[in-house]
Design a protein around this ligand. Structure first.
Ligand code: ADP
Ligand code: ZN
Length: 743
């Protein structure tokens, strides 16, 4: 038998191999194999069985081995890979690497660790002798004697500050026993911080939920591809609907994939899935980048073997090799985090819909603020809309108050961080022992520094963006490339001592809060403080347990959190997301306000939201204030239609970068002529123009936008032209199909 193998080793070309007799039974399409290339063994993925090579069979080499008992990609995933390869103009190899976790590709076997345990109880005499002659050994033995189970060797040695020689001596005496252990590592098994509350019993559905669950159940029972868009206000019990759908699939013997924008931010969702299904004997595999290699491989094997049938994870979990896929849930489907910003630049939600189509499964998209793309698909009759219009138990949606910061600034003649209204409310809530969340979509102390005299704004020398001031270590940092320098005391341009800080950062908010409520216990959550994931979970756990009064954070904490005692939410600067050169700025702002507001009043007490803005009359803010999703959608879709923006057309971004701006310009203009000639009837072209951020890491950037309704055809055409175009070595270009951010 001959097979066609896609190497995962930097050859973007299908190669042919023979299959030795011994490997035939186990080999499948989608199997990961070792193949000889240039006298080395490299990794490859079997794409074709019974392929017809273009050289005589006798000259083909045999594959050297198969990596896993199970194929890495199921038939629907192989199809999906081909689609991603063409639709996103991504190299096949890159697509496969994105689909198969590194731990699986490395073929890492289950890692075994060395463990130590006391071999037998020592007599008092033996102990005394040991303590006198080898106190280090005595200490180690004594510690292990008290443990109920063997302890990981590396852990106990570092904890007791003992060397491997000490352990070896004890093993030699027969006092300790060393063994290799091979635990099934279960991510999140240690449970989540104290105070976590997990329902294991399904609550009875309310009327609206019952209607939606029935609607989804009908599609699931039909066993045909269908997309449901569940639009449910925050706290309306969408998660319960997802759980019921998963339950139905499990009962029928199928598998479900459950996507969330970011697993680290949704430990509650993981806990709810586990709480519901683990008791019934179904293991829920958690799939995300913070897992150790061993954890990843364990989880993957459980899915690939069919032992586990539920997986929850961020966008790459859409590639989980589950058997008999019947449901993909995409929670918070509007989240830009579903788009991968490196190649392959795929959108997790769109890939989910396509995979569901290939597998004949149901895709259940859910959000309080669905994307306009999905709404357009509903209006076009492609998706079915299900709605939850009320919060569970008819809890009130929070009252949104908009503060005009222009007036605040006039009153105080300066920069205001917290408006009087917000401060008043904070005092009230704090006195009542209720909790507060403050959102600010920017980390650091303030956004940038500007000289009052000459107006100079300090920029990163490598990237054309303003540097961000970080008070904690008195530095300016570039949030693009990480470049940093000490914060200057005088203006670097004119030496005036009058430097002021423009804009706000989470650190500055923290300082302002400490001034108005010095007794409050507060924590700040942003990517600066959140280097460590366990720290993150600890803060959320403490907040839930009531050990923290006020939580200050970036948008990263706006997603999906459910804290019943939070009654006040402040959005410090609603303008940050609105005044950016991106046609989705309104949509983002609307979504942000509604999502942020969704964190308030989820318990028994009503919630309140204060939105601070310099542009209180803007549509996004007014519609959000009235919780008028349909009104917003109508206004926004009219605007999109007028400009022929997505969802009315697709957008393709073409970025060109390199050290020499003249050269880039010259070549892009030349390139454009060809595109116009070959694809002119299919696309509308904008550019070339300098990218919004003209320089990053010392490279200049130009861009072209293509607008089209014939995406697949245009992408294919662009790739064909690219391959025939003589690009100079120092101009790099990147195609991004359906980009989610324009800046
Ligand atoms: P959403 O995902 O729409 O924001 P959730 O699914 O998190 O809402 O539900 C909000 C809260 O209501 C959760 O604590 C959930 O356990 C609870 N809940 C959901 N459905 C019901 C129900 N039918 N009866 C009682 N409580 C429910
Ligand atoms: Zn930089």
């Amino acid at each position: 038998m001959i097979v066609g193998v896609q190497p995962l080793a930097g050859f973007d070309k299908l190669l042919h191999y023979q299959v030795p007799e011994a490997l035939r039974a186990q080999l499948r399409r989608g199997s990961l194999v070792r193949i000889p290339i240039l006298r080395q063994h490299r990794l490859g993925l079997v794409l074709e069985l019974g392929a017809v090579p273009d050289v005589p069979e006798s000259r083909l080499k045999p594959i050297a081995g198969i990596l896993h008992e199970y194929p890495a990609l199921t038939p629907d995933l192989l199809e999906l890979a081909r689609w991603m390869h063409t639709y996103y103009a991504a190299r096949m190899e890159g697509v496969l690497e994105a689909m198969i976790p590194a731990a699986v590709r490395d073929g890492a076997r289950l890692k075994q660790d060395k463990y130590l345990a006391a071999a037998r109880p020592l007599t008092p005499e033996e102990l005394a002798v040991l303590a006198r002659r080898a106190p280090q050994q005595a200490k180690l033995y004594d510690f292990l004697r008290q443990q109920l189970q063997p302890v990981k060797k590396s852990l106990v040695l570092s904890r007791l500050d003992a060397t491997a020689a000490v352990a070896a001596a004890l093993v030699k005496r027969g006092y300790l026993r060393e063994e290799l252990r091979n635990f099934e590592r279960v991510a999140y098994a240690e449970g989540w911080a104290a105070g976590e509350w997990v329902t294991t019993q399904a609550p009875p559905l309310n009327e609206e939920q019952a209607v939606v669950v029935a609607s989804v159940a009908e599609s699931l029972a039909r066993r045909k591809f269908a997309v449901h868009l569940l639009q449910g206000v925050t706290g309306s019990g969408k998660t319960e609907v997802y759980l019921r759908a998963v339950e139905q699939v499990l009962a029928a013997g199928g598998s479900a994939v459950y996507l969330v924008p970011e697993v680290a931010l949704t430990p509650q969702t993981v806990a709810r899935l586990r709480g519901r299904f683990e008791a019934a004997g179904h293991r829920t595999v958690v799939w995300h980048s913070h897992l150790s290699e061993g954890e990843r491989l364990d989880g993957w094997t459980a899915l690939a073997s069919g032992r586990a049938r539920v997986v929850v994870g961020a966008r790459s979990a859409v590639f989980a090799p589950v058997h008999d896929l019947r449901l993909i849930v995409v929670d918070e489907e509007h989240e830009p985090a579903y788009k991968q910003d490196e190649t392959p630049r795929y959108h997790g939600r769109d890939v989910a819909v396509y995979r569901a189509k290939l597998a004949g499964a149901v895709c259940l998209l859910g959000s309080a603020t669905p994307s306009l793309e999905s709404i357009a698909n509903v209006r076009a009759g492609k998706y079915r809309l299900d709605r939850l219009t009320r919060r569970v138990d008819d809890k009130q949606l929070p009252d949104i108050q908009v503060v005009d910061m222009r007036i605040e600034a006039m009153r105080t003649r300066g920069l205001v961080t917290l408006s009087r209204l917000l401060v008043d409310h904070m005092h009230q809530r704090f006195e009542r022992r209720e909790q507060i969340i403050l959102f600010l979509n920017r980390r650091g102390y303030s956004s940038s520094m500007q000289c009052r005299k000459c107006g100079h704004v300090e920029e990163c020398p490598h990237c054309s963006v303003a540097m961000t001031y970080h008070r904690s270590d008195e530095t300016l940092k570039c949030h693009l490339c990480g470049h940093q320098r000490g914060a200057p005391a005088v203006c670097p341009a004119c030496a005036a001592p009058d430097i002021r800080w423009r804009g706000l950062g989470t650190q500055r908010v923290e300082e302002a809060v400490r001034r108005v409520l010095p007794r409050a216990r507060l924590e700040r959550m942003d990517t600066d403080t959140m280097g460590k994931q366990h720290r993150f979970r600890q803060i959320l756990g403490d907040f839930r347990a009531g050990k923290i009064d006020i939580l200050i954070g970036t948008q990263m904490i706006a997603k999906g959190l459910d804290f019943p005692n939070v009654t006040l939410v402040g959005l410090i600067d609603a303008d940050l997301s609105m005044h950016v050169p991106d046609f989705r700025a309104n949509e983002r702002t609307f979504q942000l306000i509604v999502q942020v507001a969704g964190r308030a009043g989820r318990g028994d007490r009503a919630g309140e939201v204060v939105v601070q803005t310099f542009t209180p009359k803007s549509d996004a803010i007014q519609f959000a204030k009235r919780a008028d999703f349909d009104g917003f959608v109508d206004a926004e879709l009219t605007m999109r239609k007028n400009f022929n923006y997505p969802p009315y057309r697709h957008l393709i971004h073409h970025l060109f970068r390199g050290p020499n701006p003249e050269k880039i310009k010259f070549y892009t203009e030349h390139w454009l002529k060809q595109v116009e000639q070959e694809l002119g009837t299919l696309v509308e072209i904008r550019g070339p123009s300098p990218a919004p951020i003209e320089k990053v890491k010392d490279e200049y950037r130009y861009q072209i936008w293509y607008f089209t309704t014939r995406t697949a055809q245009v992408v294919a055409g662009l790739v064909r032209l690219q391959n025939g175009f003589a690009w100079p070595g120092d101009v790099t270009q990147v195609l991004d199909v359906d980009p989610m951010s324009l800046v």
